[in-house]
Write a protein that binds this ligand. Structure first.
Ligand code: UD1
Length: 417
């Protein structure tokens, strides 16, 4: 099992260019199947989940070339329509291939997604929406066999604005017969990125970033050139690390609107921000403060992916903060580990109470998921002494060489494999 060795207590500061977004890149990779042509993607994040998704495309028969951060993907020929169980269980976002394969081949086979470290994560909204659009789904031996001679546009009301379900419906509807409207659609920046990519390929879609998205199915899509937008969670991670360690940070390549809620939470702790062109500058106060509450929710609510990182920051803020986690039912496993480093956190069901402490100390801790692991890493950077953080394999799913990035910004982190 890989782990990080961290010697804490040094300020994390300087200039950092934020990389391409994981959660934008993965659905766009699935969408390349619909183009049946050559697609060029720039600013790709060189992270484990990105490589795994490229492998899925290769397994289906696509040609994939990656040079630096540019991927050239040729999806003209495919010879498989199955996304295997081990793939789905390793990386949940692979369920997005269901919409893309169905949209292209009118059939697809999906292994059972199972649960994961942050909750049960069912796919009922995806499947019931597909059925409304004419897809027949049969579950046999743990596999979902999906087929549809005709995929028909439909007015779909989502009882929850699921990010993945909105993306899957967009993929299915782009080449469906007639008009699809998604009501109560997710509004995350990653949805906007997917729609922009599909539009670059010739899709007719309106209303992305609002709760109603209309898709007029087209017969054919074509190849496109597209640049993956910045990763707002990576940006937020580095802001929290600097705020906790007392460093001044300039983030390059960020869009103000997409990171506003995270900036808003950090402002409440006393951090000062200045935004110029695509650069976000932050200076933390001498003493971080707390005494407010945070509720995670779908965009434009506070992002659940930032919750572990902000919790880490709040362990050092004077006062008490309550965090309610409304998106995933089991997303507080990092709290117990933070307590091993001296944090004062009490979790009851979906609410965590974080009382600021005078300082964290190094410890041996376990990351159980991607953002939880990153939260422990930034806590270790702020802690006095040495820490060992197990679970680097989760962190590597979504952060590109985070140990090098923090080391360049003044930290002392080593990845041990
Ligand atoms: C995506 C992001 C993830 C982020 C999450 C919420 C990717 C690859 N992942 O995950 O980083 O934390 O959005 O912003 O983009 N749900 C159901 N039934 C369904 C679908 C979802 O009950 O059919 C529930 C989930 O269990 C969860 C909630 O809805 O409790 C939100 O899930 P969803 O918005 O779908 O998140 P993901 O797309 O899985």
């Amino acid at each position: 099992m890989g782990y990080y060795l961290v010697e804490g207590g040094k300020p994390i500061g300087g200039e950092f260019s934020v990389r391409g977004s994981k959660n934008a890149a993965l659905p766009i990779l699935a969408a390349t199947l619909l183009a049946e042509d050559e697609v060029v993607l720039e600013n790709c994040p060189l992270i484990r989940d990105f490589y795994l998704t490229l492998d899925i495309l290769r397994t289906l028969g696509c040609k994939v070339e990656l040079t630096g951060r540019t991927a050239v993907i040729d999806t003209r020929v495919i010879h498989d329509v199955e996304i295997r169980e081990e793939t789905v269980q390793k990386m949940r976002s692979s369920i997005l291939f269901l919409g893309a394969l169905l949209g292209r081949e009118k059939r697809a086979i999906l292994g059972h997604p199972g649960g994961c470290a942050i909750g049960k994560r069912p796919i009922d909204i995806h499947l019931s929406s597909f059925e409304k659009m004419g897809v027949e789904i049969q579950e046999e031996d743990g596999l979902f066999y999906c087929s549809a001679p005709h995929i028909l546009g439909y007015h779909i009301y989502l009882n929850y604005p699921s990010v993945g379900a909105t993306e899957n419906i967009l993929l299915l509807a782009a080449k469906a017969e007639g008009v699809t409207v998604i009501h109560n659609a997710a509004r995350e920046p990653e949805i906007v990125a997917l729609v922009r990519f599909l539009r670059a390929c010739g899709a007719e879609i309106y209303g992305e970033g609002t709760p109603s998205i209309m898709i007029e199915g087209v017969k054919k899509l074509h190849g496109a050139y597209f640049s993956i937008p910045f990763d707002r969670i990576e940006a937020g991670t580095f802001l929290c690390a600097s705020a906790m360690t007392g460093g001044e940070l300039s983030l390059l390549g960020v869009e103000k609107n997409d990171i506003e809620t995270t900036v808003g939470a950090l402002e409440k702790t006393g951090c000062k921000f200045r935004f110029t062109s695509d650069c976000l500058w932050m200076k933390p106060p001498k003493e971080l403060k707390s005494d407010f509450s945070l509720v995670t929710g779908p965009f434009p609510g506070f992002p659940t992916d930032m919750q572990p990182l902000v919790m880490s920051l709040l362990t050092l803020a004077k006062g008490t903060c309550m965090i309610s986690e409304t998106v995933f039912e089991a997303r507080f496993r990092h709290a117990e580990e933070l307590c091993r480093m001296g944090a004062d956190i009490v979790v009851e069901d979906r609410i965590a109470r974080i009382k600021g402490c005078a300082g964290l100390h190094g410890a041996e801790v376990f990351g159980h998921d991607l953002r939880g692991g990153a939260a422990l890493l930034i806590a270790a950077l702020a802690a006095e002494g040495k820490s060992v953080i197990y679970g680097s394999q989760y962190v590597e799913r979504g952060y590109e060489k985070i140990e090098d990035a923090f080391s360049l910004l003044g930290g002392n982190v080593r990845l041990m494999e």
